[in-house]
Each structure stands twice: as C-alpha cells, then as structure tokens.
Design a protein around this ligand. Structure first.
Ligand SMILES: [Cu+2]
Length: 130
C-alpha cells in the first residue's frame, strides 16, 4: 500500500512539472519574445526592450534594435523618479511610464544612433538602429 502511495505521488509530481513546462513553452510561443541577458530581444516580430537601473543610469544604456521592426519598450520596477520619463528626442518620443506594464511602442524606420534620456538628462544612452 505504501509503495502504491509513493508511485501515485511520483506520477502526481510528473504531471505538475510536465504541466509547468508545457505552460511555459506555450507562453513564450504566444509572446514570440524572450528577454535576453542584456534586456534586449531580437526574436519574433516585436523587439521587447526592458530597461532597469544600474549605477544611476539606464541599464542597458546601449540598445541594439533592427530597423522596421516594432519595439515595445518598458521600464522595470528599479527605475524611479524622473528616469521614468523616457525621451528619444530625434524620434519625437516622450512618455512617462508610471508602471512596469506601460510601454512605449514605436517602429524605427531609419538606421542610426539615437540618444535617449530622462526628462532631466541624468539618465541617458543610445538606441542603435541597424
Ligand atoms: Cu532625470
């Protein structure tokens, strides 16, 4: 009887883990995006960029993206104060992202290096469109 209980428990664990990985796999397929180490994604149609803060500046502060592919940019929980106001002057972008869920959605249509900065210019970096 005890052996059966163990086997039953083992099967139960397998189902839980199997379901977990199945769910995870399904999730990333729907998104089409996987956030890489540098906070940049070059997979799927939308380029998801999540910025955080490191050494009082945006991290990463060099963002590499592909031209003519939509970008979804967001700021995670570590970004506070005026750094939540995100500006790419040359692309006419200026938006305050109050929550990590809010995004700036745009598609770069020309190649080049575009400076981005917070409202006061304390946090800054480059968006490189290739
Ligand atoms: Cu600032």
């Amino acid at each position: 009887m005890e052996k059966l209980t163990y086997i039953g428990f083992g099967i139960f664990i397998l189902i839980i883990f199997g379901g977990f990985f199945f769910f995870r796999g399904g999730g990333s397929t729907i998104n089409g995006n996987i956030v890489s180490d540098g906070g940049q994604v070059l997979q799927g149609e939308t380029q998801k960029v999540v910025l955080s803060i490191k050494d009082y500046n945006y991290y990463p502060n060099t963002i590499n993206v592909k031209v003519n592919q939509p970008i979804k940019l967001s700021l995670d929980n570590s970004v506070t104060g005026c750094l939540r106001n995100f500006n790419i002057k040359d692309l006419g972008i200026s938006k305050t992202l109050r929550t990590p869920q809010e995004t700036i959605d745009f598609t770069p249509t020309k190649k080049g290096t575009f400076r981005f900065a917070c409202s006061m210019g304390m946090g800054y970096g480059n968006l490189i469109v290739e």
